[in-house]
Design a protein around this ligand. Sequence first.
Ligand code: APR
Length: 310
Amino acid sequence: MDKKVTVVGAGNVGATLAQRLCEKVLCDVVLVDIIEGLPQGKALDLTEAAPVEKHDAHVVGTNSYEDTKDSDIVVITAGVPRKPGMSRDDLLSVNKKIISSVTEQVAKYSPNSILIVVSNPLDAMCHVAHDVSGFPRNRVIGMAGVLDSARFRSFISMELNVSVDNIHAFVLGSHGDSMVPLPRYSTVAGIPITELIPQKRIDELVERTRNGGTEIVNFLKTGSAFYAPASSAAEMVEAIIRDRKKILPCCIYLEGEYGIRNLYIGVPAKLGKNGMEEVIQIKLTAEEEAALKKSAAAVEELVEAMKKLA
Ligand code: APR
């Protein structure tokens, strides 16, 4: 295939993403992990599924970044997932070191690639990848909003018994407790949910969306969600590879948009062959704007805390 995508981290999110990418017949995939044998075994297993799934994407598993050379896109899922009782922020110190070393290697072997960061705490890890790679902001993007809005869409679909296809939802802000679901911009067949669901119930769905990751961690106990995160990252990869100019909520380094500067945070952005091609600025009410600013302050605090870490 003419596109090459590296997935760093062959764990739950990474391996599921690799599967999605080849089954969508989007690209060849290189799966990298620090554990010897893990990426090789999963890649071989995916290769052996290909005749049944009927695709010709090549999947290679490796522990060496040399094999990732000249990737078009690199998705970083390496790191430690959370366990019950942990917040995403509790992963800061350990994942900072991992993302930093991974990014160094990725930037060395694929200096023109587009990075999509998935590891948590997401907004802070985007800062690490951006700083270490030195890539421009259009080539370092975080995956969070697609996942958070997919969760919101699922809950709206369950609530109204309507196809998920008809549902569009927007979630902005950080991928944490302060995320900002926007009911006014969330619609069912074009109708805002504020006209379809009572406010009290919307508030409950919003709260469930905010806690969507924790809800799954509490079920799984040994790790965190991976099917929906992998699907969400795959949608971003597809938008870029196919140059779809798709507007998706992504974690973007803002340079003054929404009155926020030098900070990664979730906003709608257009994804195409150049990565993040445009930040879409939507009108917010004073209340929504205040929620976004509060979310930005939470990310800023985390970024400051990260600077103090060794
Ligand atoms: N280089 C490459 N791979 C690494 C490195 C490293 N330096 N450090 C850890 N890994 C690998 C692990 O060996 C493991 O296989 O990352 C993989 C992570 O997989 P899981 O433990 O299954 O975690 P997963 O559920 O995939 O989550 C990964 O994504 O959603 C986020 O919060 C989640 O930060 C976590 C990340």
